[in-house]
Design a protein around this ligand. Sequence first.
Ligand code: GLU
Length: 487
Amino acid sequence: MQSESEASVRLRFAPSPTGYPHLGNIRTALFNWLFARRHGGKFILRIEDTDVARKVEGAVETILDSLRWLGLNWDEGPYFQSQRLSFYREIVHGLIEEGHAYLCYCSPERLETMRREQAKRKQPPKYDRRCRNLTQHERTQLGATGIAPVIRFKTPLEGETTFYDLIHGTVTFKHDTLDDFVLLKSDGYPTYHLANVVDDHSMTISHVLRADEWLSSTPRHVLLYQALNWQPPQFAHLPMILGPDRAKLSKRHGATTITEYQKQGYLPDAMINFLALLGWSLDDRTELLSREELIKHFSLKRVGKTAAIFNKDKLEWMNGVYLRKLSLGEFVQQAMPFLDRDLPGSVKRPLDSRYVSQILPLVQERAKTLAEVPQLTSFFFLDELQYDTGLLLSGKRDAQSAVNVMAIASQKLGEVTTWDATTLEGILRPLTIELNLATGEFFGLLRVAVTGRTAAPPLFQTMAVLGKEKCLKRLDMAMQSLSTHPN
Ligand code: GLU
């Protein structure tokens, strides 16, 4: 049974569709989701689309797709703030009536000049509150000019606001560092501050978990809650994510949008595990945690105050671990779209899934991402290989002796009736001795002949999967490519 307090645990992820979600956004979503699931609460999705100018086409769909891909299912929503405009306006008019907000007619030009002057004097940008104390007469006059006003909050001029943050503890901001911030813009849209507070209240959000960058907005929100006579939710500001050089995480660090990680062949479970450890830990050792374990153990007590460091190598390593954990069937299913996408166009589609199922076990140990699979396996699918004769002649072989060796191997292999890895090994190993060659040299030559490359999965298994006909044909082609070789 849920306790009463658990039943009222309600968290939200409230992205702005001003860009595609990146790691930081989704880490926030994940922590909210984990907290909700941990406490049997609800996870609500709310799209904060009130910044019309910065809205990015396709961002909403990408946010939803990213959450779905990662399995961060929501219980309510998505709610769109742009569909609730009259609701915010109503609230803001109540605030004006109660004396907590006022109309401001200052032009953008005036505000800009003021900002520049302040910058020159090395002061933080701050509205000078000119419209806060307009007389009724002045207000009527300005109203008659047709200028569309903004509505600002009357921040108390003195004193301070203190609130408790579940990660940072008690936090205090002096009011003289705060501005008379805008609640409603001249286009009739609410600002982030207003819409965020109104919605967290109306959606009865119990805990707000969001990135540290919003900490300085929180005193404004607390003041708004007080003005509206509402109880604020509990706040927890999550540590930033930095690159290994401790600079703000960016593309330069190989970090990118979540969709990009999907395209690069990371698995949702690996991403979830990795993201969970960006700011939270179970202890000082445990790196691998399943979704169920994360839900079971997640707690704000173990969310750090200091920035988390993004490490791409760790993500790759972790993804490799998750790839190896997949059953063959799952691995084939996951890799198939990547093979389809990235194998050369000359390879016949649809791909033969039985053949794919024979190939993939040979690379499951090696692939760190699904996107590597086509590259690791393309030679299995190609009809003809392009030989780099230099590779066939490595180890200082001359062309003639390489051709001779391949001809003997080809003849022996032609006689094989049971084409499997054990039989092939049983034939080729003794042949090495007969030919008086080092195994590395002989197998290396065969490997280049049948795969076109020096690094490939284990030779006998590879040959077994390729099949007799293909192997013999490739040996022929390799010999031919050497016959035109100048030496
Ligand atoms: N819309 C804000 C964002 O994009 C939400 C911040 C918050 O959670 O309050 O991050």
